[in-house]
Design a protein around this ligand. Structure first.
Ligand SMILES: [Zn+2]
Length: 125
């Protein structure tokens, strides 16, 4: 069986910064491991590199940039093994949908109870 070779995922990277770690590709951003959410990983990513991912909703390819990854993992403290699986457009749409749903549920919780609600409700726990 022929060995599958992973297609190289990097494209022409920006030439702004010199690589500061051995093996770090050009255009990668060095990770600040101290800023990550706590994890027990033996192999945390030492740098961020643009990822070319396919959106699970619209199936289009998008770039999860090194800078976005740095923001996710070091500012938002998102667990380091998470990666973006939706393009920015679909992500925004989904976030809006979830927010709308949450709002709806909050409104529903505030409405007056039906007098016979217990009758309609399945036995809770
Ligand atoms: Zn999408």
């Amino acid at each position: 069986m022929p060995r599958k070779k992973q297609s190289p995922k990097r494209k022409s990277a920006s030439l702004k910064k010199k690589p500061s770690l051995p093996g770090m590709p050009r255009g990668a951003i060095k990770a600040d491991l101290s800023k990550h959410a706590p994890h027990n990983s033996y192999g945390p990513p030492l740098w961020y590199l643009d990822q070319h991912n396919k959106c699970v909703d619209c199936r289009r390819e998008f770039i999860f940039t090194a800078r976005q990854q740095q923001h996710w993992f070091e500012i938002l403290k998102i667990p380091i093994h998470v990666y973006a699986n939706r393009c920015p457009g679909c992500r925004a749409r989904r976030r809006a949908e979830l927010a709308a749903q949450k709002k709806h549920m909050e409104e529903m919780a505030k409405r007056p109870r039906h007098p016979n609600e217990a009758f309609f409700r399945k036995k809770a726990k």
